[in-house]
Write a protein that binds this ligand. Sequence first.
Ligand code: FE2
Ligand code: FE2
Length: 258
Amino acid sequence: MVIRIAAVGDVHLDEDVVGRFRPALEELPECADVLLLAGDLTRHGTEAEARCVAEEFGGLAVPVVTVLGNHDHQCDQVPQVVKVLEEAGITVLEGNGVVLDCAGGRLGIAGVKGFGGGFAGRCASDFGEPEMKAFVRTTTDSADRLGAALRSLDCDMLVALTHYAPVPDTLAGEPLEIYPFLGSYQLGQAIDSAPTALALHGHAHAGTERGTTPGGVRVRNVAHPVIKQAYSVFHVGDQLDTDQVSPLGQSGIQRSWS
Ligand SMILES: [Fe+2]
Ligand SMILES: [Fe+2]
């Protein structure tokens, strides 16, 4: 029993990119049961950019599930962005989950944008000024909601979808000084609180692809500048957890945005 998961993050769409992912996306049913988007769908989170996302990722032959990223919040138009995406049939998760019936079983996906804070021994703490407490509590709240969503899903296979990173492994290549703004160990703890098979994130454009939570869950940074293809495909199943290099994905595009 295998479920095939295609994923990409940080596509940062605007009008100039529309159409460039679509040829590879049209081939998705041949290699994947679902497409997961790991946030930063847009550059500045405008409703107009969201329409570009809807045009590029809407109406596909497989279900599309996403979380938003920090860029999708930039213009304070989140409700409008979510509305446009959902009208295009894209499921937007934020502290909740969805279960999809796939040929290989019931796939549970729990998603949250997440936030920063840093990692063991090098993290912000809930102490001192109200601003620092608010920063850390934003992460704690986000991680708590991810954990609760993961543990609530009745499914055969469980996947965690975030924008911010749950482990430092997949940040390798980024400056150490900005790790606290790229993710939080609390997201990793949430992922380890459930029988998660795979954790996908984006945000770290200069990071690396592979990592593992302290509990042993496979973590993959699917930011487009990292995977350098339209999407990567991962298999999860009873006996098989593998990363598939999709020949179709190789037709994807390469770009480098910060
Ligand atoms: Fe990004
Ligand atoms: Fe980001």
